[in-house]
Design a protein around this ligand. Sequence first.
Ligand code: URA
Length: 420
Amino acid sequence: MRMYDIIHKKRHGKKLSEDEIKYFVTEYTKGNIPDYQASALLMAIAINSMDKEETSYLTKWMVNSGEVLSLDSIPGKKTDKHSTGGVGDKTTLICAMIVAALDVPVAKMSGRGLGHTGGTIDKLESIPGFRTSLTRQEFIELVKKNNIAICGQSESLAPADKLLYALRDQTATVDSIPLIASSIMSKKIAAGSDCIVLDVKVGKGAFMKTFDEARVLADLMCEIGASMNRKAVSVISDMNEPLGYAIGNSLEVVESIETLKGNGPEDLCSIAIKLAANMVSLAKDIGYEDAERLCKEVLENGKALGKFREFVKCQDGDTRVVDDYTVFKQPRRVFEYNSEKSGMIKSIDSYKIGNAACILGAGRTVKDGKIDPSAGIVLERKSGERVEKGECLAKLYTDIDNIDNAINILNTAWEIEEGV
Ligand code: URA
């Protein structure tokens, strides 16, 4: 088999066979295919797409490129959730606690933030002492003991995705539906859970810009899950505006704790409950309404907050953060970003807010770059609210003195309709 012929076939829009896809994934992972040929095939796929069968084979061989974690020693149906990435998206910190408080095991491997989007691992590491690096045995034992463990993605699971994702990032081939679907599902399947809930984000701050695209991606991922004997459901959620008010690592943990205490913002509570209810419904094999009622109960009676405390303790984090937010690292400076006009807030561009937070220190622009756990943005108002000229639109938290670059981005992030 020759890589040249596989590229040629896809370049002309033809369907690849399982053997051709297997050859590409396994030989590229072994280092036997040069990056320029792999890039050419990725570009041909990004342009001419792949059908469901090809995407399932691609996922299958990406899974087989590494280990598949066995969670069989943990009793019950294990659940996982995945978000396609967003701004202010701290839902895992809430829904995973709700689900675990209902005795459903959550075995979750999460990622770090890259570019304008945040990642659960960075958020958790803002809790002093919190350990996101767990051995396989520790991970399994914690899920058995406490129904929940969250750790960083293991290097040995779906290594083909790691290599291909890095190449896609450099060759403008990230936003291709079959490539995103196989990338996400290969990691989720290799991570071993029986039930997977997918939160597909749509809007300015997401990879999928339209609802129709998000629907296609969501359905494709569920079908891939089913073809590999996993129960998968998807939820499509809005990412035109940041989720909740806080963007930045410790700021988002604080907002999550407030949500677990019953003081969360409406948009965040509603998506967290929706995701948790889907996870519980799949794992317990009960209807969505019954699952939703159970989830609301443990959020209201404090059991989900108790689960968060236990979770932080079990992974060596400082549990004082739950009651005293000054235990988090504090930023050196807090700036107010004020409105230049009076009117109704029509929209807040989450992509721009995410990028500005990144510049303030909340995210990294290069892989493995350092982040400031205390940096970020807290919105003071959201769309549909009125603001007067000179009033605060957002507070900016940072250790840096010159925030001009962040301000330049923020200057076009709010759309305010005057005279309303
Ligand atoms: N998240 C992933 O893990 N992979 C993609 O391709 C896009 C988002």
